[in-house]
Design a protein around this ligand. Structure first.
Ligand SMILES: [Fe+2]
Length: 496
């Protein structure tokens, strides 16, 4: 009997091949020059199945969490990668094989792991209140050591979070020092219970705010403004009875409207639900308040082909995304009116396919000027399979004020990962800094990180840091400065 990863699955071949390597590489090769202001670490989380999937093939979002760290100090760089020791990882390590079946479906698991936490910690890494956390939206965050990447344990804000699930997309509010979190389907499979979790600067949640969504669905990303937390509800719906029978966890029901729940951040009331047509955005850019209106900016999939979800009346998931568009769209709501409609505005009148939008994080919750994202030009060379998460061939900056686009297109060697903005120094102007993006070799061995001047993407990377082996593309990550890491490590040492 053969044993291994599926050979013809786009999820496990080519640039998406499993890596499974825990590495320490000192003194990486660098083309160009790393700017002296870059001192810190870029942490990213991605899925890298430790064992071949139990059911033969799998979705990309289901692999074991692998954390990568690019550490930059004084113009030099090193790389480290470690698996997160989740309950699931440890159970499978002990058994020497995979024990967990389909994505978010415990009914398909090996009976020996009934009741074991299925969290993979594979989606994002954030730093807050001296702790480095890795996240997956169907479980609690897991704290990891910022230097060694060793797993420390589950994090529940010192016991102040009672929800068993926390989003993988927390958003900072630089004005209050909070890290805003939430949990959805927080009382089990297909529950419509949502909980808002504002984590204060000390790392605790002073109060949870629980409410019900109109129906249970995928709530991957969200945002907040100065006074409100916004909860997008789109008809990628969970049908608990179907999940029991082995159906995909999310199915697209275009007969349902979309909603945005607008909840006062101070916990003083219930959400007000605004309503619009069936739409889906995996990621949002930002949200802000202006003249009595709230605007949520989104990377919005074209409504005729919301990617990834089988129609609610189909039995099988689609094998491939349709080549639709993912556009940049403003959803806005008038808080002064009794009208509950969501108004939708396309910002670029062109066929776009963009994803992984990021802004200067200091401007989350207030109006931003610049956004960076990955873009795919279908006429240029790229990884063809859209489910690979790195099928993009462009990094682009958009200026909200002028509409100007500033774009860098790669050649046919590289597939691009999420671009992350790093300020040049504390207190500098919006957009004054660098973009770091991981890049993955489409064929052969060796990945890299490209560093750009954030306000001049078109000129190409000012430095490329080479990692001499293939590591599997990840989803999201964040930058932590050396000063922040030093303080966190000192606190932990003093505590031990
Ligand atoms: Fe995400």
């Amino acid at each position: 009997m053969s044993h291994g990863f599926p050979k013809n699955s786009p999820v496990f071949s080519g640039v998406m091949s499993p890596s499974r390597v825990e590495a320490d590489i000192l003194d990486l090769e660098i083309e160009g020059e790393l700017p002296p202001q870059l001192n810190g670490s870029l942490y990213r989380a991605g899925p890298d199945n430790r064992f071949p999937p139990m059911l033969g093939d799998d979705t990309i979002v289901h692999g074991d969490g692998m954390i990568t760290m690019l550490r930059i100090q004084n113009g030099r760089a090193s790389f480290r990668s470690r698996y997160v020791r989740t309950d699931r990882f440890l159970a499978e390590e002990k058994a020497g094989r995979s024990l967990f079946g389909a994505y978010r479906n415990p009914y398909t698991d090996d009976p020996s792991v009934a009741g074991v936490d299925r969290g993979t910690a594979n989606t994002n890494v954030v730093f807050h209140a001296n702790r480095l956390l890795t996240l997956k939206e169907d479980a609690l965050p897991i704290e990891i050591d910022p230097l060694t990447l060793e797993t420390i344990g589950k994090w529940n804000a010192e016991g102040t979070i009672t929800s068993p699930v926390v989003t993988a997309h927390p958003h900072p509010d630089a004005r209050t020092g909070e890290l805003l979190m939430f949990g959805y389907q927080a009382k089990g499979i297909g529950s419509n219970d949502v909980v808002f979790l504002p984590v204060n600067a000390d790392g605790q949640v002073p109060r949870e705010t629980w409410f019900k969504a109109p129906y249970p669905c995928l709530m991957h990303d969200w945002f907040a403004t100065e006074h409100y937390a916004l909860f997008p509800v789109s008809p990628a719906v969970t049908f608990p009875e179907r999940v029991k029978k082995g159906a995909p966890y999310y199915m697209w029901d275009s007969t349902k409207p979309s909603y945005i729940g607008v909840l006062p951040r101070d916990g003083s009331g219930e959400p007000r639900w605004f309503k619009g047509p069936a739409r889906f955005a995996m990621h949002f850019v930002n949200a802000w308040e202006e003249n009595g209106r709230i605007t949520l900016q989104a990377a919005m999939a074209s409504p005729e082909s919301p990617p990834m979800f089988p129609p609610a009346d189909a039995a099988e998931p689609p094998k491939e995304w349709k080549n639709g568009t993912i556009k940049i769209v403003n959803w806005s709501m008038d808080m002064s009116e009794t009208d509950d409609r969501i108004e939708e505005t396309d910002l670029i009148d062109d066929d776009l396919f963009i994803e992984f939008p990021r802004i200067d994080a200091r401007f989350e919750t207030v109006r931003h000027r610049y956004v960076w994202w990955l873009r795919k030009d279908f006429r240029r060379p790229s990884v063809p399979h859209l489910l690979s998460v790195v099928s993009f061939n462009g990094i682009e900056r958009r200026d909200e004020l002028t509409g100007e686009l500033d774009t860098y297109w790669t050649d046919d060697r590289w597939a691009l990962g999420e671009p992350l903005f790093v300020p040049r120094q504390p207190g500098c102007a919006e957009g004054d800094g660098f973009i770091i993006a991981p890049v993955f070799r489409i064929e052969g061995q060796g990945n890299a990180y490209m560093v750009f001047e954030a306000m001049n993407i078109a000129q190409g990377p000012i430095a490329t840091v080479h990692v001499p082996f293939h590591f599997r593309p990840a989803f999201h990550g964040n930058w932590v400065t050396s000063e922040e890491i030093d303080v966190a490590v000192a606190k932990r040492t003093a505590h031990a």
